[in-house]
Design a protein around this ligand. Structure first.
Ligand code: M6R
Length: 613
C-alpha cells in the first residue's frame, strides 16, 4: 500500500521522484523519503508525516545534479510512522538502499540471524531486513545479491534497490505487490507502484509479474524471471490516461472532482457496449463464449469495501434479469471459507485498483477450483486484469481520492451492462426489454449531470445541523440497501463519524434501540416497489424521535409531512435508482467531512489500494 518511485535518466532526479510521490501519495501518507546518488554518495532525506513535510526539508536536494534515485511514501505496517521507520532503508555501510511495498512475513527471524552476523538495525521495519540481507550477499554484483536475498523472503514485496557500487543501475523486484516500469526514449526509465506517477513523463509502460526482476538504466531495461533465471520479453503497453486526469483541475479535493466526473464515467463505461437500436449488449472482452456462459449455474461476486457494495447491488440485478443465483462475498472471507465452486460457477471480481490483495487471492482460489474468472476493473494492466479470463474495464479514469466515488458508479454501470449481457445469453430478457433498460442506463448519466449542482447545494445547507453528530444511520431497502451501506462507509472513512448502514426492515431487529432525538438517520425512500414498506420503517423511526433525512422522489409530498429535511431526486427507472441515490450519500459525506475540517482525500489510517492482507 506504500508508493514506490524510481528514476534514472537525463532529468534531475529529485523533482521527478517528488512529482511521482505526489501522484502516489494516495497509497500511503504516514511518512516519506527519497534517496539519490551524487558524487558517488547516496544522499537520503526522510520525514514522518505527509510528503509536504519532506518537501519542506529538501530545498537543496531539488537542484542536486543527480540523475538516479528512489522515493517512497509509506503506509505503516511494521513500526510506527516515524522518520526512523520511513523508507529508504540502508545497509550497514550506507551505500545500499531499499524501498519496499508489502510485508516480509519472516522478517523477525531474518533480522535475528542478520543481527547475529553483526548487522546493525536502525528501524523497526520489516523492510530494513532486505537492505541487510542484500548487503550480506553482495560482493560486486548487485543483481546477483538481490537474486540471492529474494530466495530467503516470505511475503509480498515490490522493491527498488540502489547501490553506490553500481551507480547507473536500479534493480526492482515484484512479488505480489504491484510494480510498473515506465519507458521513454527522451526522458529515461521509471519505476512506480502505479501508473499516475508515470503519466507526466510517459505513457509507455511495462507491468512486472510476480517473481520478476528488472534492471533499469537511463536508456534500457531488462526483465528476468526469478523462477527460471531467464530473460523475459515483456509487452510495452500504451496507457490512455493523461497527466491532467490525475490532477484536481480547480476542485478543492479530488473526491469532489471525482463526484462531478461521474456522469462522464457512466457514459465512458457504457459507450460502444450497447446498441440502442437493437438492445444488444456486446462484451467480447469477457472472453467466455455464449455457449459456456449458458452452462453457468451460479455466480460469485467477490470484492472489498465500496466494490463489495457494487456487488451487492448487482446481485439484485443479475438474479432479477438474468435469473442466475448470485453469492456476494467479502474477499477476505471468501478466500478462507470452504468454497463450493466448480467449472459451472463464474467468479467475478470487482476492484477499482485491480490490486487488492484479498480480492486477488480470492480469484486465484476460484480459478484453481475450476471457475472462469471475470474482473470488473478500472486500472488497465493491473494484476487482476492479467490473471482473469476476461476483463470488463470501467472507464472512470484515474481515481485519486481515497474514498471511492466515480469508480463505484462506473462499476454499477458495468455490472448493469453485464446483467443485460447475461440475460441475453441466457434468454431471460428479450432485446426490447434490454433496449429499454439500456436506454435508462444511458439516460441516468444525463440526470446525474444536471442534478449534481443542486443536490450539492441543498446538502451543503442541510448538513449545518448534522455535521457535528457523533453517530449516523443510513437505511434503504432492496436495491438501495447497498447504497445505505455505501453512504455509511463514505461518512465514516472521511469524517470519522461512527456510521452504520442497515436494511430498513432490519432496524426493528436491534438497531432501532439506538434511535433517540440525537440520532440522525438518512433514509433512501424512492417510489419503488418497496416504497410503502420503507415509509413504514421511517414512521417507526419518527415515532422514536430520530432526526430523519429523506432522499425521495420528486413530487412525493408525503415526505415533507415526515421531516423538513428532504432531498428530492427526479423519478427514474427503478432499476437504475441506486446510481442516482448514491449521489446525495456521497455528497453528504463530503460536505460533512469538509465542514469538520477533515482531510477528505487522505483520511487517517487509510490507503487507496490495499495490497497487503
Ligand atoms: O481497489 P478496490 O476496489 O479493490 O478497493 C477496495 C476497497 O479497498 C475500497 O473500495 C475502499 O473500501 C475505499 N476506500 C472505499 O471508499
Amino acid at each position: 500500500m506504500c508508493g514506490i518511485v524510481g528514476y534514472c535518466g537525463p532529468k534531475r532526479v529529485v523533482p521527478v521522484v517528488l512529482e511521482g510521490l505526489r501522484r502516489l501519495e494516495y497509497r500511503g501518507y504516514d511518512s516519506a523519503g527519497i534517496v539519490y546518488l551524487e558524487d558517488g554518495k547516496l544522499i537520503k532525506h526522510r520525514s514522518e508525516g505527509k510528503l509536504a513535510r519532506l518537501e519542506d526539508i529538501i530545498d537543496e536536494a531539488i537542484i542536486a545534479d543527480s540523475h538516479i534515485g528512489l522515493g517512497h511514501t509509506r503506509w505503516a505496517t511494521h513500526g510506527a510512522p516515524t522518520t526512523e521507520n520511513a523508507h529508504p532503508h540502508s545497509d550497514c555501510t550506507g551505500e545500499l538502499v531499499v524501498i519496499h511495498n508489502g510485508i516480509i512475513e519472516n522478517y523477525h527471524s531474518l533480522r535475528e540471524e542478520l543481527k547475529a552476523k553483526g548487522h546493525v538495525f536502525t528501524s523497526e521495519t520489516d523492510t530494513e531486513v532486505l537492505a541487510h540481507l542484500i548487503e550480506d550477499n553482495l560482493t560486486n554484483d548487485l543483481v546477483k545479491a538481490v537474486k540471492k536475498a529474494i530466495k530467503f523472503l516470505e511475503g509480498s514485496f515490490a522493491i527498488g534497490v540502489l547501490w553506490a557500487g553500481m551507480p547507473d543501475t536500479l534493480v526492482a523486484v515484484r512479488n505480489q505487490s504491484p510494480l510498473v516500469l515506465g519507458v521513454s526514449e527522451e526522458d529515461g526509465t521509471f519505476l512506480a507502484s502505479d501508473i499516475p506517477a508515470l503519466l507526466p513523463y510517459t505513457k509507455q509502460v511495462v507491468f512486472l509479474d510476480d517473481m520478476e526482476l528488472a534492471i533499469l538504466t537511463a536508456d534500457s531495461y531488462q526483465v528476468f524471471s526469478l523462477e527460471t533465471d531467464q530473460p523475459v520479453v515483456k509487452e510495452v503497453k500504451t496507457i490512455e490516461w493523461n497527466a491532467a486526469m490525475a490532477e484536481k483541475a480547480g476542485y478543492k479535493h479530488f473526491m469532489l472532482k471525482e463526484i462531478f466526473e461521474q456522469p462522464q464515467a457512466i457514459t465512458n463505461t457504457i459507450s460502444g457496449r450497447i446498441n440502442l437500436e437493437s438492445g444488444e449488449v456486446s462484451l467480447p472482452e469477457i472472453n467466455i463464449n455464449g455457449e459456456d456462459l449458458k452452462e453457468i449455474d451460479r455466480i460469485f461476486l467477490v470484492a472489498c469495501g465500496t466494490s463489495w457494495h457494487a456487488a451487492l447491488v448487482a446481485k439484485y440485478w443479475i438474479e432479477k434479469f438474468a435469473n442466475i443465483p448470485v453469492e456476494v462475498d467479502i474477499a477476505s472471507e471468501f478466500r478462507y471459507r470452504h468454497l463450493l465452486i466448480n467449472e459451472r460457477v463464474l467468479t467475478v471480481s470487482i476492484s477499482q485498483s485491480g490490486e487488492t490483495a484479498d480480492t486477488l487471492a480470492g480469484i486465484r482460489i476460484a480459478k484453481e477450483l475450476g471457475s472462469k474468472i471475470i474482473t470488473i476493473c478500472n486500472v488497465v494492466g493491473s494484476t487482476m486484469t492479467r490473471e482473469a479470463d476476461g476483463t470488463i474495464y470501467t472507464h472512470a479514469g484515474p481515481e485519486i481520492g481515497v474514498a471511492s466515488t466515480k469508480a463505484f458508479i462506473s462499476q454499477l454501470a458495468a455490472l448493469f451492462l453485464f446483467t443485460l449481457y447475461l440475460g441475453q445469453q441466457k434468454k431471460t430478457i428479450d432485446l426490447e426489454v434490454s433496449r429499454t433498460l439500456g436506454k435508462e442506463l444511458i439516460d441516468i448519466a444525463g440526470v446525474v449531470e444536471s442534478e449534481l449542482p443542486r443536490i450539492k447545494s441543498e446538502i451543503e445547507q442541510l448538513i449545518t445541523t448534522y455535521y457535528d453528530s457523533r453517530d449516523f444511520l443510513f437505511v434503504g431497502r432492496g436495491l438501495n440497501f447497498p447504497i445505505a451501506l455505501e453512504g455509511a462507509l463514505k461518512l465514516k472513512e472521511i469524517s470519522y463519524i461512527h456510521a452504520e448502514g442497515y436494511a430498513s426492515g432490519e432496524l426493528k431487529h436491534g438497531p432501532i434501540a439506538l434511535i433517540d432525538k440525537d440520532m440522525p438517520i438518512l433514509a433512501l425512500v424512492p417510489q419503488d416497489e418497496v416504497y410503502q414498506k420503507s415509509i413504514s420503517n421511517v414512521e417507526e423511526i419518527k415515532a422514536r424521535q430520530g432526526r430523519i433525512i429523506l432522499i425521495g422522489t420528486e413530487g412525493d409530498d408525503h415526505l415533507k409531512n415526515i421531516t423538513d429535511d428532504v432531498i428530492y431526486l427526479p423519478k427514474v427507472a427503478e432499476a437504475v435508482n441506486p446510481i442516482l441515490y448514491t449521489i446525495p450519500a456521497q455528497l453528504l459525506s463530503y460536505e460533512i467531512a469538509t465542514k469538520r475540517g477533515c482531510d477528505v482525500d487522505q483520511p487517517r489510517n487509510l490507503a487507496k489500494s490495499v495490497t497487503v492482507e
